[in-house]
Structures are given as C-alpha cells and as structure tokens.
Design a protein around this ligand. Structure first.
Ligand SMILES: [Ca+2]
Length: 493
C-alpha cells in the first residue's frame, strides 16, 4: 500500500525476526491493524486479572494472556479530557493545553492527534464512542470514519453523530459501539484490508455513571449519577461484596498525615450540609451497589472485546492486529475518603489498567513492571505501524518493553493535575505534581506549602506520609529536583 513503510523500528524488526516463524511468505510483513480501547473511569483493578475480588472478565484476561500487561502504568493526568488528549497526542497536559474537563471545543480541533500520522501513511482511521475533549461531537482531523456522542452521552438509546449525521440509536451504548466497531472491521476486511491496515479507536462510555457535564466542566446535580449495566447483566453480582482496600475510609478526613486533603474534606462537609443533592450525588465511601453495577457494566465491555476479537479472527486478521486496552482515569471506592472525585494523586486514581497484545510477537514479555505513562501510547501505536514519531510526542514506544529489548527505561514518571474547573468545589485548589520512582511517590501540592512522600513498596496503600521523617529528607530533596526537571520537560522546555 502506498506510503506505508515496512517495519522501520529496529527494536521491533529485531524482535519480530527473533519470534516470527521462518516463513518467506511473511517476509513482507505488513503493518498491523491497531485497535485501541479506552474504558471510561476503569480502575487498574477492575478486571479479574487485575485483582477485582469478584468481577470475571475472561476476554480481557485472555488478551493479557496473549500479550503484555503493564503493572506500573500511570495516567499522565487522572482526568478524562486531559488524559484522552494525552493518549491521542503523546503529550503532557502542560503541552497540549487540554488541562481540564471544561469544554475546550476549539482547542480540541487543533490537537496533534497521532491517528493523522497513521492516516497519512495509508491507514484507514476510525473513532467510535466517547471523545470528550470538548463536548462537540463533530469529527476531528485525522479520521476517515467518525462516530461520537455529545459530551457524556446517555447509556440507553443514545444520540450519535456519525460523520456529522445525527442518529437516534436504540439499545445499550456499549453494544451499539461494539456493533459499529465490528461493522467497521468487517468493511475493512471485505475491502482487502491486507492492502490497507486500519486504526480503530473505541471510547466506551462504560463504566462512567450517567452524567451531564456542562461546558464549564461542572456537572448537573439534577441528573442522578447511576451506573447502568446492560439489562442482561443486571443482578449478576447481586450478593457480591468487594474486598475493600486497607485505605478505605468512608467517613473521610481522619488522616492527619494528609493536611491538604483534610482541609478539602472540611470544605466538602460544609458544602454537603448546605445542599442535600450533593450527599446522594457523592455516594461517600462508594456503596457495594455502585461497585457491583460498575462490575456488571464491565461485563458488556468484556463481551465487546470478545466480539471484536471474534470478528478479527473470522476474517483471518487477528494475528496481524495489535489491541491496546486502557482507561482514562481511575476511581475511588472510599479509599482515603474519596469517591467520585477521581483526579487525586493516589494509586486508585492515577494507576492505569494497560494491556497490549500483538500476536505477531509470539513470546512477548507477559508482565512489565517498568514505569509507563499514557503519553507512551501514541509512540507505541506509531512504532507498531513502522512510522517515526513526530518530535511533538513526549512519550516512548512500549514495544521494546514488550519484546524485552528495552535499554532506555524511564527512571521516574511525572503526573500533572490542574484544578481550573469546578465540578467538586473542594478540589478547586488541589493542583499538584507527582513524581513516581521505582519505589516512592512524591506529591507536591502547588498552591500549598505541603508535600507528601510514600514508600510504595512497604506502604502500597499510601497510609504513612514520610515527608517529615528526617531519614527521608535527602530523598525528598532529590525527588523535588526530579519533579522540577520533569516539569520543564513536560512543558517542552
Ligand atoms: Ca473518565
């Protein structure tokens, strides 16, 4: 196919040479199809292989079995719009400018999205599902096929925008996106896809609660924040009880080690007392029902993956398709007192599920514990396609980690959070930067003279803030310097 380069990356070429069967017919290895699935708000542990105490996700488990699971993957920022922009541009929020969930429609049309590089190289590119970098559902540059919802959309009978045409669809939104995705795959396969690989992005609405987000980033409190599973899955886990993490603290604010959070919770208590709608909206501690409903929503996501894999296999193109599954941010189940705030710097929010499968890599590394970030996915997709990353991409390809040939492993990862918008007034001052190293997490609250330090090996639930402990002062100084260096890099300086 015109313009598509045969395997360029030396790591990938070497790895494929090592693992591919010696078959002269496959010497002209065509670039792979790439399917990228982003599940909204899925925690790192909301799949059975990720450690959920009762949810069963056989298709996701199978994907991890086939490919590579990244056990220390982090969101560059644990918030919907900014991280979606990071996933699709390979840039930190400081660089791409989508710093919050306010509707940045105009800015979102100017992002340097990696699918446009695939498209320029001859790929057929598709976006299906949630966009949410700006509420506008209009097609963004770089896509040949576009199907989106406006803002957060609705779970049942959603209004869809297919290549600028408004459609009133019927059914459950996860199933509808899956129908569209499998139809796209079929159409590509029918058109001799071997000559034109495709990139298919699926942005699930699941497992986000029903919500209306206004253009200023605030949410409409009159819309109940319900998690709505597909009817066929409702009640599957009716009696299940989630094995809560040790940092579960439904009553919030009791942790004197986290003064910035303790102050925010004082403000939260005042706001909740003033307006009773907040109390039901916040679901403090996150009920067992909410966790069950989310798990049941995941069942449709898992079925969606199974259907996509089945469709790829039916057309004989599964082996030459890379599948990337991740989320945009995590969620709290009452850990550290948080519930639907997300966006805070603790593991439940910042850590990502991430699985990448590419069957051409016959013996991929099964589990990677190197630090990786959402900004790495753009470089990874382009690397798989044999395309050089543009200099605007700040992340690194994960392919060398999958093939065990990486020699440039990130020593520390930066996470950014901007709090410009106001969906939760008590988080409005909580801008932070985080540095995660091999064993520690350093959190700097930008608007306060406060910081936190956790030993993620000895204290994985982040219950013991070491910031004032004399023996750690040298490490604190080192990590603060590292943070400043990484922040300059993130800004592109
Ligand atoms: Ca989200």
């Amino acid at each position: 196919m015109l313009g598509i380069k045969i395997i360029r990356n030396c790591y990938l070429a070497l790895a494929l040479a090592l693992v591919l069967p010696a078959n002269p017919a496959s010497a002209q290895q065509l670039p792979p199809n790439i399917v990228m699935i982003v599940v909204d708000d899925m925690r790192f542990d909301e799949w059975s292989g990720g450690g959920h105490s009762y949810l069963k996700t056989p298709a996701i488990d199978q994907l991890a079995q086939q490919g590579t699971r990244f056990d220390r993957a982090y969101h560059a920022t644990p918030l919907c719009s900014p991280n979606r922009a990071s996933i699709l541009t390979g840039q930190y929020p400081s660089r791409h400018g989508i710093v919050d969930n306010a509707s940045r429609n105009q800015a979102s049309f100017m992002l340097d999205l990696f699918p446009k590089y695939l498209q320029a190289a001859g790929y057929k590119t598709a976006h299906i599902g949630k966009w949410h970098m700006g509420n506008s559902p209009a097609p963004r540059p770089g896509y040949d096929y576009w199907l989106a919802i406006e803002g957060q959309g609705t779970t049942y009978n959603p209004t869809l925008f297919e290549n600028n045409t408004r459609i009133e669809a019927e059914g459950y939104i996860t199933d509808i996106f899956t129908d569209k995705a499998t139809a796209f795959i079929k159409a590509q396969a029918d058109k001799k896809q071997a000559e034109q690989p495709f990139f298919l992005y699926i942005g699930h609405k699941a497992i986000h609660p029903e919500a209306v987000q206004q253009d200023d980033g605030s949410t409409d409190l009159s819309v109940p924040k319900e998690f709505i599973p597909a009817g066929r899955h409702s009640g599957t886990y009716a009696d299940a009880v989630f094995d809560r993490r040790p940092s579960y603290s439904p009553n919030a604010g009791a942790d004197p080690d986290k003064p910035v959070i303790a102050n925010a919770f004082k403000l939260r208590a005042e706001i909740l007392a003033e307006d009773p709608r907040w109390k039901s909206a916040m679901d403090l501690g996150v009920s067992e029902d909410s966790i069950r409903n989310r798990a049941e929503m995941m069942l449709a996501v898992d079925e969606s993956l199974a259907r996509i894999v089945s469709e790829l296999k039916k057309h004989g193109i599964y082996d030459n398709t890379a599948i990337i599954l991740t989320s945009d941010n995590g969620y709290f189940f009452g850990e550290h007192g948080f519930s639907l705030e997300r966006r805070m710097p603790y593991e439940e929010s910042v850590k990502a599920p991430l699985i990448i499968s590419y069957p051409q890599l016959q013996k991929p590394v099964k589990a990677v514990d190197a630090l990786v970030l959402s900004i790495d996915l753009s470089a990874t997709a382009l690397d798989l396609a044999g395309i050089d990353s543009p200099s605007t991409i700040q992340g690194q390809s994960l392919v060398p980690l999958m093939t065990g040939t990486a020699n440039d492993i990130r020593p520390a990862a930066l996470i950014e959070y901007y709090s410009n918008e106001t969906p939760f007034p008590w988080t409005a001052q909580l801008d932070y930067r985080v540095v995660i190293s091999a064993g520690h997490k350093y959190i700097k609250w930008l608007r306060f003279d406060e910081a936190e330090l956790y030993d993620l090996v000895k204290d994985p639930f982040e219950q013991n803030n070491l910031i004032e402990v004399p023996a750690y002062q040298k490490l604190v100084a080192q990590m603060h310097q590292q943070l400043q260096d990484l922040q300059l890099e993130a800004l592109g300086l």
